[in-house]
Design a protein around this ligand. Structure first.
Ligand SMILES: [Zn+2]
Length: 298
């Protein structure tokens, strides 16, 4: 059984990739569009009522680079515009960690896509072949080099995130050295070149906590544009009784929990679990078999 609801994997738009290079179509779509303004990972959210973004019409939108996000069922186009967030009555800036899980499907998808594209543009201005400044084409989805004509597409860093359980049916929760006391999560790490996701799962678990694991099983994925990851979620199994070793400095402490121990520790506030926006939380609740209490607020 795979994961169900994932906060940042709920986009509903048709991305109309075949229209992005049609400048006339894009210009016409812009005229009647809704716009999400994005500035350094933040967008405007309505302060009261059901959590939703404060979208602008294209006429109201500030000047800035425009990225086509897609088209809804009513053929209304949505764009992101990168600009300073305007002052707007009844709206305030918010980031993905805070509101990604609160927004409805359409708005969560809009924000995730807008932030991801903006993050890519912010760090990929120059051609990796020759160093020339590249130009934005394809309604914000491609950058092209004026010197050598090479085209460059948005980059993603795939990361494996894995819930380790043992043969005694306990889950491993770990704390990063930089995290405050009590904050814990499951393990994760970036996939290396020349490595499969399953190999990354086994390597990361061994590096971080010294456990040999098997049966890596894919359960779901979600974009995590903080700044440019795709989180790919797995479970894997460790033989009971292996010694935990924290050799690579990524983990400060880690402990095994049965389902009853996990719930009791979370209820008592002895541990603070990752928030609803994260795939870590969904992997944990999938293993647990229901909702768990408390989080460290993300
Ligand atoms: Zn170039």
């Amino acid at each position: 059984m795979s994961l169900g609801w994932l906060a940042l994997a709920r986009g509903t738009l048709d991305r109309v990739a075949d229209r992005r290079r049609d400048d006339n179509w894009v210009a016409a779509a812009w005229a009647g569009s809704r716009v999400v303004v994005v500035e350094q990972g933040k967008v405007l959210m309505k302060v009261s009522g059901t959590p939703e973004l404060a979208l602008l019409t294209s006429r109201e939108a500030p000047e800035g680079p425009r990225y086509l996000l897609g088209v809804d069922e009513d053929k209304i186009a949505y764009f992101a515009v990168e600009a300073a967030l305007p002052e707007l009555d009844g709206a305030e800036p918010a980031d993905l960690r805070r509101i990604g899980a609160l927004l409805g499907d359409l708005h969560s998808g809009l924000m995730t896509h807008a932030v991801a594209l903006a993050n890519w543009h912010a760090t990929h201005r120059f051609c990796p072949r020759c160093g020339a400044e590249t130009a934005v084409i394809a309604a914000g989805h491609v950058r092209v080099c004026p010197q050598d004509g090479s085209e460059h597409y948005p980059r993603l860093d795939p990361a494996a995130i894995m819930l380790v359980h043992d043969t005694a049916d306990r889950v491993l929760l770990a704390r990063h050295p930089a995290w405050p006391e009590r904050r814990v999560s499951i393990l994760a790490g970036f996939v290396e070149p020349g490595e499969s996701l399953e190999q990354a799962v086994a390597r990361e678990v061994y590096e971080e906590v010294g456990l040999v694991v098997r049966n890596a099983r894919y359960l779901g994925s979600q974009p995590w544009p903080l700044p440019q990851s795709l989180m790919v979620g797995f479970t894997c199994e460790a033989e009971e009784g292996q010694e935990l070793r924290f050799s690579d400095g990524e983990i400060e402490e880690a402990h095994w929990y049965s389902r009853d121990e996990l719930k009791a520790a979370a209820l008592a506030g002895e541990i603070l679990l990752p928030g609803k926006v994260s795939i870590a939380r969904q992997l944990l609740e999938h293993w647990y078999g229901g909702d768990l209490p408390g989080s460290w607020g993300l």
